[in-house]
Design a protein around this ligand. Sequence first.
Ligand SMILES: NC(=O)c1ccc[n+]([C@@H]2O[C@H](COP(=O)([O-])OP(=O)(O)OC[C@H]3O[C@@H](n4cnc5c(N)ncnc54)[C@H](OP(=O)(O)O)[C@@H]3O)[C@@H](O)[C@H]2O)c1
Length: 306
Amino acid sequence: MKKHKIYMVGCGGMLGEAFFEKYRQDYELKCTDIDVNEDWLSYLDFRDADAYKTDVKNFRPDWLFHLGAYTDLEYCELHEEVTYITNTESVKYAVKIANGLNIPILYISTAGIFDGIKDVYDESDTPNPIGHYGKSKYFGEKFVIENAKEYLICRAGWMMGGGPKKDKKFIQKIMKQIKNGKKELHIVNDKLGTPTYTHDFATNVKLLIEKGERGLFNMVCGGFTGRFEVATELVRLLDLQDDIKITEVNSDYFAKEYFADRPACERLINKKLDDLRLNIMRDWKVALKDYLNNYYSAYLSHSEFL
Ligand SMILES: NC(=O)c1ccc[n+]([C@@H]2O[C@H](COP(=O)([O-])OP(=O)(O)OC[C@H]3O[C@@H](n4cnc5c(N)ncnc54)[C@H](OP(=O)(O)O)[C@@H]3O)[C@@H](O)[C@H]2O)c1
């Protein structure tokens, strides 16, 4: 049987790597990025509307996955204009391309579009982003909802994936400190959220596609947690709890380094996935263990760190 075709942009990062892995068997893929860091990637800057349109049209896909964005909150606060061009304007190009080809678009949104005042957010809550990253992503989401003929929007939480090579986020930042010999970790106790393992996310999106679902979905791992508990669990899984001290601090401690405002609570629940009985996201602790086994096995014998 002829495989369906998917064009994936911004596919060279944490999430793109998992998408490539999970879809390459069953679909014919074209994967592009501005950073061509794999032999299965080719170059495309999705802010170049003409190049984007031409490349997608030439591939004639059945789906357009618009994956990439600038995700560094501090960078986004400092580079407002390029953030909106990259995270919002390019989404407009993507929607126009998908509409022109009469194909559905997948857009990746974020828990960071909420203001963090509530304890937990489902799909019926109204976003109220507090910084340029969150705003740029929310404007993209809104544009897709209002303009795409057919779409899936999946909102991720605290992404974990890609390992030492690609993970730009919390887990790798902690792993790096441990590898560099730090014996005390300072971890914030005032930021709540839901980890999201890239492989679970890619697999759950695949299920939605195979079931023909469309619309907006929260898609995070199970369980409610916060940065402090995630770091504690990470150290426990590494069997380093007797060697590494974890000191609770509040966000003021990192005010200089992480100066972008972050919502106090970014906890999502996958209400729509639950309602449809299509929630296959695992508990975050199970996913974290799997992540470490899959990407950090060399680090898992804790002698590596001592
Ligand atoms: N990371 C998270 O915690 C998180 C949470 C929720 C949602 N999301 C969303 O998930 C999606 C994937 O993010 P990720 O975590 O995989 O980020 P990532 O690791 O930074 O990957 C994004 C990729 O897109 C590329 N890119 C940036 N601008 C581009 C452009 N103009 N043209 C082509 N490629 C471009 C990046 O290249 P460079 O590295 O050179 O910039 C990078 O390779 C994004 O839409 C993000 O907003 C992420």
